[in-house]
Design a protein around this ligand. Sequence first.
Ligand code: GDP
Length: 842
Amino acid sequence: MSDTDGKKPLGLGGTPRSGQVKQSFSHGRTKSVLVETKRKRVVVPKPGVAGSSSTSSSPSHLGDPSKRPAGISDAEMERRLAALRNAKAREAEDAAKRAEEDRIREEDRQRRRDDIEAKEREERERVEALRAKAEEEERVKAEAAAAAKRAEEAKRAPASAAPAPAAEEVNTRNQSAAPAGAKPGLSPRKDRDRDGGGDRDRNAKAKTDDARRAGKLTLNEALAGEGGRTRSLAAMKRKQEKARQKAMGFNKPEKQVRDVQLPETIVVQELANRMAERAADVVKSLMKMGMMVTMNQSIDADTAELVIEEFGHRAVRVSDADVEHVIDSVVDTSENTVSRPPIITIMGHVDHGKTSLLDAIRKTSVVSGEAGGITQHIGAYQVTTDNGAVLTFLDTPGHAAFTSMRARGAQVTDIVVLVVAADDAVMPQTIEAIKHAKAAKVPMIVAINKIDKHEADPNKVRTDLLQHEVIVEKMSGDVLDVEVSAKTGLGLDELLEVIALQAEILDLKANPNRAAQGAVIEAKLDVGRGPVATVLVQHGTLKRGDIFVVGQQWGKVRALINDKGERIDEAGPSVPVEVLGLSGTPEAGDVLNVVETEAQAREIADYREKAAKDKRAAVGAATTLEQLMAKAKADQSVSELPIVVKADVQGSAEAIVQAMEKIGNDEVRVRVLHYGVGAITESDIGLAEASGAPVIGFNVRANASARQSANQKGVEIRYYSVIYDLVDDVKAAASGLLKAEVRETFIGYAQIKEVFKVTGVGMVAGCLVTEGIARRSAGVRLLRDNVVIHEGTLKTLKRFKDEVKEVQSGQECGMAFERYEDIRPGDVIEIFEREEVQRKLA
Ligand code: GDP
């Protein structure tokens, strides 16, 4: 400290003040106080009064040179006095300004208060509002009192504090402050801080304190107002709490009954939301009904309806399917429809000549290029008869596609041509075809094929058909029949004529001038072209550029290719056409509908996808406990052979799946984990590995990465091109899962004549073999009065002291049981053998 002080004069060396500084070392503080004192003096009306009130440190004696602190010059004194005057003027100005500020502040507060009140009024309930009003009145009263007090003080303050010269300035300042008052509470306060921060007399301070207190009072009031708001917030909270409890159902009597929109399936959580109930409560309620579900699972509408009733709400069944309403559903009248070609499906037993017949009709060669001679590819073709009639033929593999399409609601066949080989007879698949046609209520035409063969016996076919209630014309029935030869072409024209005739009777019509609708008869993922679907147009005309939705897919027709491989611009009713431009591969049987906008198409496709998913989830969801247990039980007793199927076209895949489903019995079944169209991929291998399934490729191969992955994981891939080979192999594999049957054969009986004890052996029975033979290795049962009392094996079989393997009927022998001694004369020994027989699936 002293060090610093010593240095200071050095630093300021040469300045005349250095002496003063040293001298007035203790005054250094006084000096700083001086400024403070000046401020205080301002409000003192007369210098004499100030003297009495000043402290010892107060420089109220500044004007008097004798009382002046040492080292203060006249000039300095003059400067200080000037400062004092200025300060006085400023103080006066301050006081006036403060009064003004108070006024503005008060205005501001009032405005704020008004705001708060307005808000409160909105927020508060009516009861609260009433109370607030009472408070308000009280507050206004207190305020009026405070305002009156303030006004009085404000009047006093400028009158006593401001000397004449300062008053002028106050006025000008006030004028300048007035516009600033437009920004209430901000500028005036700033002014006060700036101007009033330094010099203020004690008296003035007391007064301003008063004024401030008045301000504080109002501030408190304002706070009181805010307190009111806090209460109102609490009220709000109470109100919310009440509403929550109500929603939670605690307040049963006041419970709001809701109309709950209920789609076909609904996720538990969503159901809870729609009822405004807690999801946990809904789950609980479902549990009570015996449904074990989580809140993320879907339940069906019927169950949901029960839940809704349980909670006391009303279920309103709606259909999400509303999005589908954009699909044109014109009711065709006789005016807007025109004749359309019939759609014909050829059905019959394998090898009876379906493909050959279709081939002959089209005069192309499909048969030669086909592996195993089995129709595997689904397609449709149009032919024109010599008389000009157009016929659309559908080529299906067996009957699987026909039924699976029908199952999806796509009835795309007008006439069934039942092919029966004249050299054969009505076979199982012939009967199946008859059943399908009858179920679909589709008229049938019998084509008796292979009539060129010398062993052909068409009449046998006709009589055979009688047994299945198919009475052909020749048997005075109404089913048209034609003798044909796909090989020589004999009778083909007649067949076509008969079909055309039948079509005429059916009077098939469609409206070509509307948004197209069609059925997918085949779909595949083409490497070069992407997803491709063969669509048979049923209504309207499908044009290039049309936007459509098909099953869970949608698209815009990029190209239309007809059965001759030509690109066409449009396809009318009964025209089969390949459609390019799909978002994904649809399934056979899916219905294609043209819609107006892409958004609509996408929306419908999305909806269908979601609906399908929900439906699967609902079906798969654990339903009742009983069902769960039944399922678990069933799973134990049934062995499953899982397989993954990939095929070249959708139709083949479906045909295989249907054939697979038929394999098996109560103990064994084939489970198709997944089936699809296209090459075998790594994901197929992954799936197969997870379930220990083989992957079956039908006319498709595994890609390189899938092959590699299969090798690594030890997944078997089998390739087939003939469905029957595939079915046989899978059958054999499934048979392996059958438990071997244990068959028991009785090989002989022996009568115990006497029983004796042999040391080292135990009880030995002296017997006579009465039937068959006794064999040492065989199983034995001890029967006493025809009751089995022991079952086991033999310890010894002796004939005249020699151990033998067998003893023939009519001979005597000695027998001892393994670990069994209780044998008596007169007991009968039954001798049997067990063999395990490996069974096969039929
Ligand atoms: P699908 O299994 O019903 O499609 O029968 P296919 O069309 O593959 O024919 C099976 C076999 O019968 C083939 O070898 C054909 O050549 C033969 N076939 C078909 N139609 C006739 C026919 O009218 N006459 C003779 N002789 N053979 C025929």
